[in-house]
Unconditional design. Sequence first.
Length: 344
Amino acid sequence: MLSFLLVFATLFHACEPAENEVPSPSWQRQSLDRAASIRGLSVVDEQVAWLSGSLNTIARTTDGGQSWQLLPAPASDSLDFRDIEAFDSLRAVVMSAGPGLQSQVYRTEDGGQSWELKLLNPDTAGFFNGIAFWDAQHGLLTGDPVDGKLLIMTTGDGGRSWQRIPPAAIPPVDSMEYGFAASGSHISTAADSLAWIGTGGRSARVFRSTDGGRSWSVTATPMISGDPSTGIFSIAFLNNQQGIAVGGDYTRPTLVNDNIMSSSDGGRSWRLIEGHQVAYRSCVREVDGWFLTCGPGGSDISYDLGRSWQRIDTTAYHVIAVGKEREAVWAAGPEGKVAKIKWD
C-alpha cells in the first residue's frame, strides 16, 4: 500500500505544471506605411487596435494587424498625436500634444473616417500630456502645470465634452515639475474611480485620486529626478494596491539608476526596485498579472511584481497597449514600428 501511494504521488506531481513555468514573449513585426514616431496606442481586442503619432498619423487595424489602415487626418495642420483611447472598432478619442493651440482632442464615431474637434487647449501656456478612461464614458486628461497646478480635466460623455478640475482640488507642483507626453501612460486609471499621475523634472511625484479625479493627493517618490529629462514616465497597476512605475533620464537612455519602483498600497508610497539591468523605459503595462515595459533600449517582462525582469528583445518601442485578451498586446515606436506579441 505504501509503495502504491508513493507511485501515485510521484505520478500526480509529474502531472502538475512547473511552478515557475511562464511563457516567453516575442514581438512579431507588422507593416505601417508611415515612418512616424508612434506614441499613442490603444487595443480593444485581438482584432482591433488603434495607434497615433507624429506627421498627423492615425491608423487602425480590424484584422489583428494583418493590415493597418491610415486614417484621414483630423486637422490640416501637422499635429503630433501622442495619445489615443479606443472603445471599439468605430469610436475613439485622440489627443495631440504641443504648446498652446497644438494641444487638441478629437473624437470619431465612424472608424476614423471623420473627426470632430472636442477640445482646444484653453491656455496658450499649456501642453497636453495624456488621456485615460475608466470606461467608454468616463475619462481624464492631464497637461503641464498652468499657474502652479497640473491641468486635469474630466469627461463623463466619452470625450464629447471636458471640464477642468478646479485648481483648489489639486496640490501645487514644485517649480519645473510636469508630466511627460512620452507614451500616454504617465496617467493610469483603475476600478471605477482610482487614478494616478506621475510627474518628473525637478520632482518625481505621484498624484492620486480615489473619487474619479474630483480631488487629488500627492506623494514624493524615490524615482530619479532633478533634471528636466528625469522622472516618472509611466504607471501601471495590477489591482487597486499593486503598481509599478518606470522612467529614468531620456537624455541618458542607457543609465540604470533609480528608474523602476513599486507600490503595494495603492500608490500612497513607493519603493525603488534594485538590482535590475533595465535602463530608461517610457511605458509599462499590466497583462495577466505580469508587467511589460519598453523604451529605446528594448522591452522586458516581469513575472514577480517587478522584482526581476527578463529581456524580450532590444528593439526600440515607445508604447505598449493591452486589450481584453493576453494575445491582444501591441507595441509601437519610432519610424513607424508596430508589433504584436507572440507567447511561446
